[in-house]
Design a protein around this ligand. Structure first.
Ligand SMILES: NC(=O)c1ccc[n+]([C@@H]2O[C@H](COP(=O)([O-])OP(=O)(O)OC[C@H]3O[C@@H](n4cnc5c(N)ncnc54)[C@H](O)[C@@H]3O)[C@@H](O)[C@H]2O)c1
Length: 309
């Protein structure tokens, strides 16, 4: 198959981490189809090589780079490889990661550390390597990070993962501020798709219902391929005016998240608050903002696992 005619990444070079499977794989393939040379990074050599072969078979350019992205040497080598193979780097898509779910009371140190390491440190190491390259080479750049609704809205059993993903949204915003003067943009996506990471979370009945709907509509809402168009766009020269933003993306839908924002204020009046007077006064914040102090509605109560109360 020839590369599509109306492509938006011609001549650009993109790194996608965790590109051997799921969302990252779809992102790497789409970047290839849009004309980019792609560095396909994954822990697993076999799946990374398969993605490289597919991009090449479609007429694109790609190389595999194998290793754990939270290792500084692996992250630095990714950027070095992109420049050595393709002459430059234009965009980095931080996507690699996994989950290790457990309620906080039962969670082990390793379950906490390993999830924070791959997501938070993995985003940091690769972003730092790319930003150093863009600063030194005086080239513009694009960063796309992968957060999650789990970090933005919370998800039962994912205190480690949600904490990492909320950190990634904050990290993206701060990198956007720091790198603006170098014309490097930094945005985050919160995707939703059925992949190895999520397939076990769906009850069999819901999975069957999903497959039935996909067949009926001729559109698989939870296909990982649905995430890739937005990511390709955020890697392109066209998106230079967008930075520090968080997008939700799934199916045919793209959402814009608002960052944490102050919605109400109480003041003590030119003196320090006394702890005891906050009882009662603190509720003015909730009433002024029309927000309840606990879970607000049925969906929120469901997330808290207290629907019956
Ligand atoms: N699937 C969803 O609905 C969903 C929702 C929100 C966020 N995400 C995020 O999207 C990203 C991709 O998830 P997915 O659903 O495609 O998962 P996946 O398991 O299908 O693919 C993840 C890939 O990352 C690779 N990987 C894992 N650790 C790595 C490391 N240390 N270094 C290099 N590669 C590594 C794996 O080998 C795998 O090929 C993750 O960051 C995930 O947290 C996914």
């Amino acid at each position: 198959m020839k590369i599509h005619e109306r492509t938006i990444l011609n001549g650009r070079v993109v790194i996608v981490t965790g590109a051997g499977r799921g969302i990252g794989r779809a992102e790497a393939l789409e970047c290839g189809r849009q004309g980019a040379a792609v560095v396909v990074s994954d822990l697993d050599e076999a799946v990374a090589t398969e993605v490289v072969d597919q991009i090449r078979s479609e007429g694109g350019r790609a190389v595999a780079s194998v290793g754990d992205v939270s290792d500084t040497m692996v992250a630095d080598a990714l950027v070095t490889r992109a420049v050595a193979e393709f002459g430059q780097l234009d965009a980095l898509v931080n996507n690699a990661g996994f989950v290790s779910d457990r309620t906080v009371a039962k969670m082990s140190d390793d379950e906490w550390d390993s999830v924070l390491r791959v997501h938070l440190r993995g985003h940091f190491t690769c972003t730092r390597a790319a930003c150093r390259y863009w600063k030194e080479s005086e080239r513009t750049g694009r960063l796309v990070h992968t957060t999650s609704a789990s970090g933005i809205l919370g998800n039962f059993g994912q205190s480690n993962y949600g904490t990492a993903k909320a950190g990634i949204a904050a990290f993206s915003t701060i990198v956007a501020m720091e790198m603006a003067r170098y014309q490097v943009t930094s945005n985050a996506i919160a995707p939703s798709a059925i992949t190895r990471l999520t397939e076990d979370l769906l009850p069999d009945e819901e999975m069957r219902e999903h497959e039935r709907a996909a067949e009926e509509h001729g559109f698989d809402f939870f296909a990982p391929e649905n995430i890739a168009p937005l990511v390709a766009y955020l890697c392109s020269a066209d998106s230079g005016h967008i930075s520090g933003k968080v997008f939700g993306v799934q199916g045919d839908s793209i959402e814009l998240y608002q960052p944490f924002t102050s919605v109400a204020e109480i003041t003590a009046g030119n003196r320090r608050w006394r702890p005891s007077e906050l009882d009662g006064r603190i509720d003015d914040l909730f009433s002024d903002a029309c927000v309840q102090a606990g879970p607000e509605n049925m969906m929120a109560r469901m997330r808290y696992g207290i629907l019956s109360t």
